[in-house]
Ligand binder design. Structure first.
Ligand code: ADP
Length: 443
């Protein structure tokens, strides 16, 4: 298997391959020659200079690396080419297995308007809004009046929290529509935008799903990713402190059935906003998520193993009734960033010490003496803590954060040390705006 990624996720996939006895090839840019995944893989191929577009996004080089090494499967991780339908198609044309869904399913879900239409057709509850793209002001005014202000204008090709504009009243609508569309055109090469109701105090709750490749679908419960900054997740937990067992089974059942009806294959995440007991679909990610370890912690199931099984035609190792939820898990994303301003802080890690003990998992590719290159995402590791219940999980998390040492650069660790002591966080009482308000108050 060739792993077309870097950092902690490359290592994560490599570990699964080693367990399954699969020979590994990693690709890397010249900036990553010293990376841990390169050291641990059976083979490595340098595919280009530091910029992602010349290396990790260079499809020709990656296919060539498969051919040189004889790799017959590719795991894309998350980010980079993981949701690139063309990449999936090209691999298929070369008889190389893409560890993920078909190019067609990636394409449907990659276009947010098409994804929302598909979700609605499959019986998934969606956010009220326009049926498709909205181009003229008059239509926008009519739809916004119908669903009620505030509304949010979103780019059909959007991603990574970019390309969204909120209009609080009709007076803001014209300019919001125009700027969203112009920005979407510039950022994504597609200026199509749509309108939906802006939910004011929702939680972000997402359901982990899997299609087994034989027309069956299962769900692995939900993750609560409401603690966000600039629409980027910071802290994720499973199960959500806001849901009860009945709600979990209901939304999980709807998602599993949709995946089966779609004939989907592999791992996926169906993302919702949740407010006043209602779920509203926002998008589906057709890949493994950064935060998948919290689901692994409470189910005891290795999701990368399952991805590889499904891609090789072996189906899932579990049926829905075998998937049980046990205890509580929280993940903190450790970024090489200033904990207050979030400006990236690349440089050399002079000392790196990770916590251990029962219920602690650290997924990271860095080590003492590692020099963080300035070209990529600032995520340097994830701390995942599991306990029998949320209280035990929080106690363990506080202790683990105290033990964690990263010297030489700034990281987001101090932010998490503050959060574990906060009463709202302890009570699980937060929505998607909580963290930004908290950070504004601290300034
Ligand atoms: P992206 O693909 O860019 O991540 P999403 O559609 O998943 O975009 O939305 C990202 C985040 O934006 C959500 O987690 C939420 O915080 C906010 N958001 C999106 N749609 C709405 C909405 N209708 N109302 C309120 N907030 C929203």
């Amino acid at each position: 298997m060739l792993i077309a990624n870097r950092g902690e996720i490359a290592l994560r996939v490599l570990r699964a391959c080693k367990e399954l006895g699969i020979q590994t090839v990693v690709v890397h840019s010249t900036a990553d020659a010293d990376a841990m995944h390169v050291r641990l893989a059976d083979e490595s191929v340098c595919i280009g200079p530091p910029p992602s577009r010349d290396s990790y996004l260079n499809i020709h080089q990656i296919v060539a690396a498969c051919e040189i090494t004889g790799a017959d499967a590719v795991h894309p991780g998350y980010g980079f080419l993981s949701e690139n339908a063309k990449f999936a198609d090209i691999l298929a044309a070369h008889n190389i297995t893409f560890i993920g869904p078909s190019g067609d399913h990636i394409r449907i879900m990659g276009d947010k308007i098409e994804a929302k239409r598909t979700a609605k057709r499959l019986g998934i509850p969606v956010v009220p809004g326009s049926d498709g793209a909205v181009t003229d002001q008059k239509e926008a005014r009519r739809i916004a009046a119908e669903i009620g202000y505030p509304v949010i204008i979103k780019a059909s090709a959007g991603g990574g929290g970019r390309g969204m504009k909120v209009a609080l009243t009709e007076a803001d609508l014209e300019i919001a529509l125009q700027t969203a569309s112009t920005e979407a055109g510039a950022a994504f090469g597609d200026d199509a935008v749509y309108i939906e109701k802006y939910l004011e105090k929702p939680r972000h709750i997402e359901v982990q799903v899997f299609g087994d490749g034989f027309g069956r679908g299962v769900h692995f419960g939900e993750r609560d990713c409401s603690l966000q900054r600039r629409h980027q997740k910071v802290w994720e937990e499973a199960p959500s402190p806001a849901l009860n067992a009945e709600e979990r089974a209901r939304i999980g059942g709807i998602c599993a059935k949709a995946i089966a009806d779609l004939g989907y294959s592999g791992a996926g995440t169906i993302e919702f906003l949740y407010e006043n007991g209602e779920f509203y679909f926002i998008e589906m990610n057709t890949r493994l998520q950064v935060e998948h370890p919290v689901t692994e912690a409470i189910t005891g199931i290795d999701l990368v193993h399952e991805q590889i099984r499904v891609a090789s035609g072996g189906g899932l190792s579990v049926k829905q009734e075998d998937i049980k939820f046990n205890g509580h898990a929280i993940e903190c994303r450790i970024n090489a960033e200033d904990p207050r301003t979030f400006t990236p802080s690349p440089g050399t890690i002079t000392h790196f010490h990770t916590p251990g003990g029962l219920g602690i998992r650290v997924d990271s590719g860095v080590y003492s003496g590692y020099k963080i290159p300035p070209y990529y995402d600032s995520l340097i590791g994830k701390l995942i803590v599991h306990g029998r219940n949320r209280v035990e999980c929080m106690m363990r998390l506080r202790r683990a954060l105290d033990e964690f040492v990263v010297d030489g650069i700034k990281t987001t660790l101090p932010l998490f040390r503050d959060l574990v002591g906060n009463a709202d966080i302890a009570n699980g009482d937060y929505d998607i705006h909580w963290l930004e308000k908290y950070l504004a108050k601290e300034e």
